[in-house]
Design a binder for this molecule. Structure first.
Ligand code: PLP
Length: 386
């Protein structure tokens, strides 16, 4: 027997209340009971998104919602702007190009944030840009972009702002309406505390005007069809939804509401800070610019002389702990702790202590317990339950 821990930014651990909801008998998706569940999920997602906008939900991974966003707002030949700060920014580039857009890319050094002033300049340079695509939390680097500032800039133009909040929603503050985000996509398997399989989007009135005019061929991910079916008293989805995941999402929303969104964010802030302080106390370097709102992921540079490709394998095989490796251009150069969703102080302790043991085995001179000790000092001063 080996006890296993997911210290990854998705999939993330699932609370027992959500696991038991998953095991409930299957409800028929055309039954009134399912309509009730769907309405509760929509209301709960509006609370988490901090929005009055329409909520779309599909049986899909997060990339499904990204693709849905693209095919509903982009016509072939449209000019779009992508601000890319990592691997998932690259995905926006690939998706928009796949669906025929003329893509202008603002490429940032991985580990840094998108600069809103660059977005302002790019929009001014090409008034034909119809949509701006960016990440909220860029999971591959641990960076959280300044969506509030970007939202203000894009809102002054006719373009719409499309944000990937797949790992950020429910971990770092994101005020969809106040920050003027037009399409905001999310996935169930991160801070929303449900297994993979549900993809969401919150869609503004400004975006609906674009979507209704859009001629891109689309069927399963057609937002107009989804909105028609999902809104109103007899809400359903056009096609068979992931019924049990919806029941589970409802249970997870109850947990988030009980804790309170502000407390959820604060817990994540404390966990992020503890992870960062722990890493630094061991003499390691953080990969991303330090940011008190970087609540979903902590990325760490692999120290000199350590074979970064072995970290994940030893952590998993010997200690039962899943840490995330680097993706794309930083494969083997960084490793990452996830702490979005059902995470508490004990998960950070497990992650940091595993890091110490694994790095020691790979030849790094470890000051035993230093990272855990630094995290403990952060936990002791936490204003919220962990
Ligand atoms: C920021 C971000 N965008 C997109 C994705 C892709 O989501 P999925 O793997 O669920 O398709 C992820 C998943 O890790 C992510 O973290």
């Amino acid at each position: 027997m080996q006890k296993r821990f997911l210290i990854t930014p998705g999939p993330t651990p699932v609370p027992p209340e959500v696991l038991s909801a998953l095991a409930e008998p299957v409800v028929h998706h055309r039954a009134p009971r399912f309509t009730e569940i769907l309405k509760q999920v929509v209301a709960g997602m509006k609370y988490i998104y901090q929005t009055e906008n329409d909520i779309m939900a599909w049986a899909a991974s997060g990339t499904g919602a990204m693709e849905a966003a693209v095919i509903n707002v982009v016509n072939p030949g449209d000019h779009v702007l992508v601000a890319s700060v990592g691997n998932f920014g690259e995905r926006w580039k690939k998706l928009t190009a796949t669906w025929g857009a003329e893509v202008t890319a603002l490429d940032y050094e991985w580990g840094t944030k998108a600069d809103p002033a660059d977005i302002e300049k790019a929009l001014a340079a090409d008034p034909q840009i119809t949509a701006v695509f960016v990440q909220h939390s860029e999971t591959s680097t641990g960076v959280v972009n300044d969506i509030k500032a970007i939202g203000e800039i894009v809102a002054r133009t006719d373009a719409i702002l499309v944000v990937d909040a797949i790992s950020g929603l429910g971990a770092s503050d994101l005020k969809t309406d106040e920050w003027k985000v037009d399409v905001c996509v999310a996935g169930s398997q991160k801070a929303l505390m449900v297994p993979p399989g549900l993809a969401y989007a919150a869609v503004s009135d400004k975006a609906w005007k674009v979507i209704e005019r859009n001629t891109q061929p689309r069927f399963y991910f057609d937002m107009v069809a989804m909105r028609k079916k999902m809104t109103g008293d007899s809400a359903q989805t056009p096609y068979t939804p992931a019924v049990n995941l919806m029941v589970a999402q409802n249970a997870a929303i109850e947990l988030i509401k009980d804790e309170g969104l502000e407390n959820v964010f604060e817990r994540h802030r404390v966990l992020g800070k503890a992870a960062r302080e722990g890493v630094k106390a061991l003499g390691l370097e953080l990969f991303a610019v330090e940011d008190p709102e970087a609540n979903s992921v902590t990325a760490v540079k692999v120290p000199e002389g350590v074979d970064g490709t072995k970290i994940g394998k030893i952590a998993r095989d010997k200690y039962g702990v899943w840490l995330a490796g680097g993706q794309g251009q930083v494969k083997g150069k960084i490793f990452r702790f996830g702490h979005c969703g059902y995470f508490g102080h004990s998960d950070i302790v497990v992650g940091l202590s595993t890091m110490e043991m694994v790095l020691a085995e790979l030849g790094f001179d470890v000051a035993w317990g230093a990272s855990v000790g630094a995290a403990e000092q952060v936990f002791m001063n936490s204003p919220v339950m962990l």
